[in-house]
Write a new protein. Sequence first.
Length: 324
Amino acid sequence: MTRGGFVHQALCYASDDAFLSGTVGFVRDGIAADEAVLAVVARHNITLLRDALGGAARDVDFVDAQDWYHFPSRTLGRYNDYCAERDEGGARRVRVIGEPVWAGRTAFETREWMRYESLVNVAFAASPHWIVCPYDARALPGDVLDGVARTHPEVTTDTGGPAADGRYTDPADFYAECDALARTSPGPADPAGPAREVAFVRGESVAIRIAVAEYARRCQVAEGRARDMVAAVHEAVVNAVRFGGGRGTLRLWCDADWVVCEVADAGAGRPAVHAAGTAGYLGHVPPDGRAAAGHGLWLVRQLSDLVTERLGAEGAVVRMHFRR
């Protein structure tokens, strides 16, 4: 089947046969149309799909979902890079089967992965690509399955083809809901005791980088991740100086699982987080290379494992989480 424009579907399946019925034809149609095809699915489903496709499997890029779905922003970045390398400037469609990994996620992580699924509709809205996201109804928790129709414009089940059931939620509204939940149920690693605080003003980025590097060593963060941490905090501080009145506060703390770096300021001047178009989702979707803003927060999200933020007229708080 051929369709124009961007398509984002969920495939809810409850058997191996149902998974194959929703994916094999999709892949074969893409190959026949000379489209790039990427299948990022559970290892068991890679085997099923390879066997069902036979010789056609050589025209598909297969990736184990466990090796792809580490953290939301970096996963979105990887999909963006894959498509940009193969879509010939937007003239060629890329077909993706993308099966998120939900097992073992905390409530905070699950919320951020749901936000990611909604933001896919924003990140690729102007593209011709077609993404199908399989959900194993035999194994997934109810809250994840309840969110499927809200983050995907179309849902395919065992009993029929793609259909919109009226529950799809505009990404801006879904984003706001995620933010509201974050305010009532904060993310991991809220400080159990006093955090280290470092005030900063314009021109003190070197001192901030040194402070973060020292704290990373104290927390025994691996050297490569420590460099990422320093770079992410630097970008967040640059944003705070630019938009937050030239000053702010860095707070650092850790627990057994996370090292957390929080940059806060008391200024205004940022665009609305979910304004019209991709420009309003600063840091969540790849910025236009010609855009004047959005690059710093995109880099922060690519370098960090998870990021939460509160951006508003009263100031901003950007919290970067790094797994230990």
